[in-house]
Design a protein around this ligand. Structure first.
Ligand code: HAM
Length: 423
């Protein structure tokens, strides 16, 4: 009987065991491939930043800033925060390294771990992984469309087909200010029917009421004014062009005028991609345009648009498909028939690995029979057996495990024969 385990992973965090890591890594390889093909360069930023970077960008009233940040003071009393999102850190780096110097358009992507103290549930963690991209420098609708197409392509290449793209425009400041007035005017007579949070938001950030999860509030909002009716001519033309470019690229979308997103930095285009297969937390991806953020963070006025997608939710959506176990098995299992062969077994394993062939051996000193059983359990394609006779002759028995065929090969030729597929 073991004693009770003393240490457990923290609520909302999880370990990735080898089988799952292999699956995540294969998804991440596709992400790197597509990003490189599309001309996006990888950026990696530190795990924590000055707290004010997030309060200034994501917004004082946002859920992230009011209740989800992991904030702490370091020894010098500076307030630091584990990054809850990456757009602000990437813009901080863009300004700090004067990346605008590299050209009028800068395209960056990332794959990274983030931290939000949310209530954990399926698809919602406290440490989670995102990949995302930011296109910095273009105000034009084709750039919005390219960013949407980029994430859409990645999700499709990963093998997700049952996904829905929702888009909206929340306009620039001018349009939004006029709309905000109209919305407050509409909601004020119904104030007492609103939840406490929505009543507070009526003062601080009325647009956020639009994506309320409450059924009653959604019923009330059916008759609310629509942001799309308040877009000025430029905002409207931009929105129409984004949709037009998406159509030209054959990317299906649904317009969703209630979608305002939970972060404060957006202007004009906002979008999300959802999957019906992942439960209540159905957003795989969120993004949009943020033409004022860089200026708000102390840089030059620079338009930008981007997205981020949650890798755990993507893995959940993929699990609904076929459960293909992609366990990393060694191709070759090197077997010692007797103690005298141990040195030669270790050396051959190392030589095969150095040649790029995945190989493993038994460090438990088990019997020949047990080693052969292990080779089968690991689904190795070949067992290479060295005994006293082979040692003396400088050879090994190479057994193809599926067919049971067995041959004797000079040790020196094993790696090249395996590489060329001769055995
Ligand atoms: P976000 O909507 O907060 O946007 O997050 C993007 C995605 O990250 C979500 O759609 C979801 O898949 C995943 N995600 C968020 N929170 C969690 C969680 N607690 N557990 C698991 N997955 C989660 C942003 O972060 C923006 N920075 C996106 C962006 C980039 N906008 C412009 N550029």
């Amino acid at each position: 009987m073991g004693s009770e385990q003393q240490f457990k992973s923290i609520k909302g965090t999880r370990d990735l065991l080898p089988e799952e890591s292999t699956r995540v890594r294969s998804v991440e390889t596709t992400i790197h491939d597509v990003m490189n093909r599309w001309g996006y360069g990888e950026i990696r930023t530190p795990a924590f930043e000055q707290t004010e970077l997030f309060t200034r960008s994501v917004g004082e009233e946002s859920d992230i800033v009011t209740k989800q940040m992991y904030t702490f003071s370091d020894q010098s009393g500076t307030s630091l925060t584990l990054k809850p999102e990456l757009t602000a850190p990437v813009m901080r780096a863009y300004i700090e390294h004067d990346m605008a110097r590299g050209g009028a358009l800068t395209k960056l992507y990332y794959i990274d771990d983030l931290f939000r103290q949310e209530r954990p549930q399926k698809g919602r963690l406290r440490q989670f992984r995102q990949f995302g991209a930011e296109a910095i420098g273009s105000p034009h609708p084709e750039q919005d469309a390219e960013i949407v197409a980029l994430v859409y392509t990645i999700l499709t290449e990963i093998g997700l087909d049952d996904i829905t793209l929702h888009i909206n425009s929340i306009g620039s400041d001018n349009s939004r200010n006029v709309f905000r007035h109209a919305l407050v005017e509409f909601l004020t007579p119904h104030k007492s029917d609103l939840s406490e949070t929505s009543q507070r938001r009526l003062q601080t950030n009325p647009l956020r009421i639009l994506d309320s999860k409450s059924e009653e509030e959604q019923k009330l909002l059916k008759n609310a004014p629509s942001i799309l009716d308040y877009l000025d001519d430029d905002d409207r033309a931009h929105y129409e062009d984004v949709k037009h470019f998406l159509e030209r690229m054959n990317i299906p979308f649904a317009e969703n005028k209630m979608m305002v997103r939970g972060l404060d930095y957006y202007t004009r285009t906002t979008f999300e991609i959802t999957s019906p297969n992942v439960g209540a937390q159905d957003a795989l991806c969120g993004g949009g345009r943020y033409d004022k953020l860089i200026e708000d963070l102390g840089g030059k006025q620079t338009p930008a648009v981007g997205f981020a997608a949650g890798i755990e939710r993507i893995m959940l959506a993929m699990e609904q498909g076929d459960e293909d176990s992609d366990q990393k098995a060694p191709r070759v299992y090197v077997v010692a028939a007797g103690d005298a062969a141990r040195n030669a077994v270790l050396k051959l394993t190392m030589d095969l690995r150095a040649e790029g062939i995945s190989a493993d051996f038994d460090s438990l000193r088990r019997s020949l029979k047990a080693q052969m059983r292990e080779a089968n359990r690991l689904s190795a394609s070949h067992a290479v057996i060295i005994g006293e006779k082979e040692l003396a002759a400088g050879t090994a028995q190479v057994k193809t495990l599926v067919s049971g065929e067995q041959d004797t090969w000079p040790l020196k030729e094993i790696s090249s024969n395996l590489s060329s597929g001769q055995v």
